[in-house]
Design a protein around this ligand. Structure first.
Ligand code: SF4
Length: 309
């Protein structure tokens, strides 16, 4: 069995920075520190940070007064920021700068009196945070699919613009944008795509790799949006694909008769898990490991100044 390894794969700059913020905050202030929501959507990463002294909470009201608070890489609403400021003087923001860029777009568009359409998945923490940048919930509308656009009734007098979640399928989003443009020809786009470089590059690499692979393994947790989108690319190409947290999730009958397999990792999955999967595959029929070349990445986001040594 040939093992094709996607490039780029795994950690992006936003995830690297978010994990470093939690680790440095624990070093500086001691444990526990409180992180609102999983700092990144990966079981292994979250479990390691718990061992180091991080406590993950769903809501700010679960944080004891005076504790150190960290916002996750997915970003938070203005209401969460306000609630956190009432209980703590020490807050670190691990929101990915590329999510912050989307937040700023929403704020700018609303100052221009635009109706903003957000393309994204309902209930995802990034989407909740972005919706929560609006000063009025009626001035921002979530659209998940082309069907939602058919049902959308907006006044012809409104200026309309759209923005997106950062980790969507590039192809599905283009179809939704085309449909929006057909219904609202004057709709304004963001200056630059809101789908981030890491999402785009990981999807591109799977699209090229899947041509030579009979199936795909995506290392990533079930709640990781960008990892799910990678799995869908293989499925749309008619190939079986599995989202796994690590090598122990692999079922041997998946590999029966397979002579070529693609392996990639979502933006929140560490390389150590990829290497464990590759080792497992090499012990179970793997003969050759082929690194598939793709876009090179050199993005780096520094941690907040207060955490720099
Ligand atoms: Fe930032 Fe993209 Fe990584 Fe999300 S996937 S943390 S938006 S770089």
């Amino acid at each position: 069995m040939k093992i094709f390894l996607a490039n780029p794969r795994g950690f992006c700059a936003g995830v690297d920075r978010a994990i470093e913020i939690v680790e440095r905050a624990i070093e500086k202030h001691g444990s526990p520190i409180y992180v609102r929501h999983e700092v990144v959507h990966n079981k292994f990463v979250v479990s390691n940070l718990k061992k180091k002294g991080a406590i993950f909470v769903d809501e700010i009201n679960e944080v004891p007064k005076g504790s150190v608070v960290i916002f996750s890489a997915h970003g938070v609403s203005q209401a969460v920021r306000k609630d956190a400021a009432e209980i703590s003087d020490i807050i670190y923001d691990a929101t990915c700068p590329l999510v912050t860029k989307v937040h700023k777009e929403v704020t700018r568009r609303q100052k221009q009196n635009h109706q903003v359409i957000l393309i994204g998945h309902a209930g995802h923490p990034e989407v909740e945070g972005t919706l929560g940048q609006s000063n009025s919930s009626s001035r921002i509308t979530l659209v998940e699919s082309i069907k939602d656009i058919k049902d959308l009734e907006l006044s012809k007098d409104l200026d309309i613009s759209y923005t997106t979640q950062t980790t969507l399928s590039v192809d599905d989003t283009q179809e939704i944008v085309d449909s929006l443009k057909a219904k609202f020809p004057k709709i304004q786009a963001p200056k630059k795509s809101d789908i981030c470089y890491a999402t785009q590059n990981r999807q591109d690499s799977v699209k090229s790799m899947i041509k030579n692979s009979e199936m795909l393994l995506v290392i990533g947790s079930k709640n990781s949006s960008n990892s799910n989108r990678l799995k869908e690319i293989a499925e749309n190409a008619g190939k079986p694909a599995y989202l796994i947290d690590g090598a122990t999730d692999i079922e041997n009958d998946w590999l029966n008769g397979i002579t070529s397999i693609g392996v990639t990792a979502g933006a929140s999955a560490p390389e150590v898990l990829v290497q464990a999967v590759v080792s497992y595959l090499m012990m179970n029929g793997g003969r050759e490991i082929i690194e598939v070349s793709g876009a090179s990445e050199s993005v780096n986001f520094p941690v907040p100044e207060a955490l720099r040594v």
